[in-house]
Design a protein around this ligand. Sequence first.
Ligand SMILES: *Cc1c(COP(=O)(O)O)cnc(C)c1O
Length: 390
Amino acid sequence: MTADADKPPFLPFALPEIGDEEIAEVVDTLKSGWVTTGPKTARFEREFSAFLGDAGLHSIAVNSATAGLHLALEALGIGPGDEVITTTHTFTATAEVVRYLGADVVLVDVDPATLNIDPRAVEAAITPRTKAVMPVHFGGLAADMPAILDIARRHGLKVVEDAAHALPTTVGGQLVGTLGSDATVFSFYANKTMTTGEGGMLVTRDEALAKRAKTMRLHGMSRDAFDRFTATVPSWYYEIVAPGFKYNLTDIAASLGLHQLQKARRFQQRRAEIAALYHAGLAGLPLRLPADAPAGDEHAWHLYTVRLADETRVSRDQAVEALFEAGIGCSVHYIPLHQQPYWRERYGLRPEHFPHSQKAYERLFSLPIYTRMTDADVQRVVAVLRRLLG
Ligand SMILES: *Cc1c(COP(=O)(O)O)cnc(C)c1O
């Protein structure tokens, strides 16, 4: 027997939960003869709007959240000479879409309590060129949307929410997606709170935005392929009204989404249970635990990100190393954008411009949190950290 045989199996940082329902739906789609965007995608969009519970919403399925963010900003007319304000403490996708359109990104610091974009920093960064703000609901905890929507109203700015982590998240009892921003974009990437492998959903109440995004999602075509090929009258005719993109979601992916969506509440409850186990298990250690949602609100718990306290001499890298040694995957959310060569060099950014994000980055790491983890898996993670820091 080798030493390795005694080791518990590796606990990955993230795993999707795909059930027999999803698999049967995909098989049904494969056998149906229609595998690209079609009836299942349309149903997924209707059911997504129903999930958010708002009859006035358009849900537009896309092949990634990145695509959805790009379409939203394009439809809002963001272009060269414009500035869009977002958080430095995010994944590069949030900001890159602004550059696709030739506009400029203005990165701002976070509130150290939540790691969400700081509304005061947003207001301080507004210039005559500012056109939009993109809050990110970090880890699944809502950004301060009342403050951001108020700033946007007062300064005439558009708001596009990056809700890649935020299904389901609520603010004052209302689901993210229904809050009154111009558009909200969810991600169904493999490690998100629900998945279609790759995919996303752009949600808006704005008719004109919805129309433009639907056209631009598929080559700038006036009618989509399913419309044309299933019409009862000959319908080969379409018009190209703009140089659009190839951002449509396939029915194969939508098949996964239909069933993941039905499980989204249960998934969220399990994630919240795991967060509560971590809270209890890690209490008293020199760790700053992630903030809970305000009483009465929901946290999607996409991430469980902890920060080492100032008083501990253990470094973030040592903590990550100890977890990996014990066969536990973890990650860092995020290497802030101001640290990334492209963003740093393009805008001449320095860590001291973002003291809260910078300090958090140096001390933070994210623990596994997903529905397929058992309570024993959570206790295994807790035990390693108690040994290291206790
Ligand atoms: C995952 C993620 C995205 C991108 O989502 P995709 O569906 O992979 O394009 C955007 N923003 C944030 C904050 C994310 O975590």
